[in-house]
Design a protein around this ligand. Structure first.
Ligand SMILES: O=C(O)/C=C/C(=O)CC(=O)CC(=O)O
Ligand SMILES: [Ca+2]
Ligand SMILES: [Mg+2]
Length: 419
């Protein structure tokens, strides 16, 4: 029989007992931030569960990791602790276990309606890196930015390319994004453009949340890398294409991307995603030995982007993609990141890069979907080349199980005018 919770969970919910993603919330603005897991329409308060001495396994028994305003301390404990927590939580939420089910006072203290709480950034992010791991996205961007002759950089099939992003401007879903100002290409003999970006874009991404990490100077083997990934979130790497195009040679993206990056609040664990694992694409040429892994895994996660223009009632789906479209795996990204000795720390965020699929309807950003503004998209009668003020962009991600979903909820943000 399938595992079932005593809490009623709608079959369309992203958060059945099979998922149990971790986040950080507060019941109201006067109370402290604390870790929780999502179950149906509720959030289970892990500080309350810990205070009731319910985490009785060897690692979590005496730990204060759930009495923290973020998950970093829990992440640092590693997979054995994550598995211990998941097993305890699946047990106390199951339909057959009375400890929470039959204790009204405890339920009152520990279960909150998700619609009533405030979700916060679940981790303190020390460093944020963004990869470039979708071949379709890389080809399309290469063609648009550098021309169709040689769209793929020579290094692309040998290493997972990335740039160091900006951790300070990573925000939680629901945070407004101010249209950034900056420089763009000069036209003719004039000085460079300066003003609000005229090419504001979203990028459909997911991001891995790092667990224990490594000591400086001690790389992580690609075959051990999964032990360092707690789970995944949805991520929008908002991008100003005109600023980016003018500034990025030779050092890469800078102000065109550092003005805001939105993540979804619930970290879905690799343990919950395991039932949706699938083979990653065959890699040709074979990667160098340090990137050659025994098992090369992706996950079957359906992704969708909707845009809701200001004043419109309905949003419009602009793309549908899938996480399994990535060429470089999460574990190759992580191993590559540390191969020079660079240390990763608990709570670091590793963006996958824009997840475009092979079809025109599965491109992961407007730069590709409108081919740099040359082919406007039509949304319920109005057109878009790039994002306009008032546009709300929402990502969803979900794995379809047999009779249940393992989902990510949403990652959304609204564009507001430049200050
Ligand atoms: O091809 C380029 O010059 C730039 C590509 C991007 O903007 C993509 C980037 O941020 C990495 C990614 O999301 O895949
Ligand atoms: Ca990106
Ligand atoms: Mg960004």
């Amino acid at each position: 029989m399938a595992l079932k919770s005593f809490i009623e969970v709608h079959p369309d919910s992203h958060f059945p007992i099979q998922n149990l993603p971790f986040g950080v919330f507060r019941p109201d603005t006067a109370s402290l931030a604390r870790p929780g897991v999502a179950i149906g329409d509720y959030v289970l308060d892990l500080s309350a569960v810990a205070s009731a001495s319910i985490f009785d396994g060897p690692i979590l028994k005496d730990s204060d990791c759930f009495h923290q305003p973020n998950l970093n301390k829990f992440l640092a404990l590693g997979r054995p602790a994550w598995k211990e927590a998941r097993a305890t939580l699946q047990r106390i939420l199951s339909s057959t276990e009375p400890v929470l089910r039959d204790n009204a006072a405890f339920r009152e203290k520990s279960l909150f309606l998700m619609s009533k709480v405030e979700m916060l950034l679940p981790i303190a992010i020390g460093d944020y890196t963004d990869f470039f791991s979708s071949m379709h996205h890389a080809k399309n961007c290469g063609t648009i930015f550098r021309g169709p002759q040689n769209p793929m950089p020579q290094n692309w099939f040998h290493l997972p390319i990335a740039y160091h992003g900006r951790a300070s401007s990573v925000v939680i879903t629901g945070t407004d994004i101010s249209r950034p100002r900056g420089q763009g290409y000069p036209s003719g003999n004039s000085p460079p453009y300066f003003g609000p970006t005229q090419k504001l874009d979203f990028e459909l991404e997911m991001a891995a949340v790092v667990g224990p990490g490594n000591e400086l100077g001690k790389p992580i083997d690609v075959n051990d890398a999964a032990e360092h990934i707690f789970g995944l979130v949805l991520m929008n790497d908002w991008s100003a294409r005109d600023i980016q195009a003018w500034e990025y040679v030779p050092l890469g993206p800078f102000l065109g991307k550092s003005f805001g990056t939105t993540i979804s609040p619930w970290i879905v664990t690799l343990d919950a995603l395991e039932s949706f694992a699938c083979a990653a694409p065959e890699q040709d040429p074979k990667p160098l030995p340090y990137l050659a892994e025994k098992v090369s895994k992706n996950y079957d996660i359906s992704l969708e982007v909707q845009i809701k223009p200001d004043g419109q009632k309905d949003s419009c789906v602009v793309t549908r993609s899938n996480f399994k479209n990535l060429y470089w795996t999460l574990t190759q990204q992580l191993a590559h990141h540390t191969i020079n000795g660079c240390n990763l720390r608990p709570g670091d965020l590793l963006g996958t890069g824009t997840i475009s699929g092979p079809e025109p309807e599965s491109m992961g950003c407007l730069l590709e979907l409108t081919w740099n503004g040359q082919k406007p998209l039509s949304l319920n009668g109005i057109t878009r080349k790039f994002l306009e003020d008032g546009d709300e962009v929402t990502f969803t991600g979900v794995c379809k199980g047999d009779g249940y979903n393992v989902g990510f909820g949403t990652c959304s943000g609204k564009v507001v005018p430049s200050p």
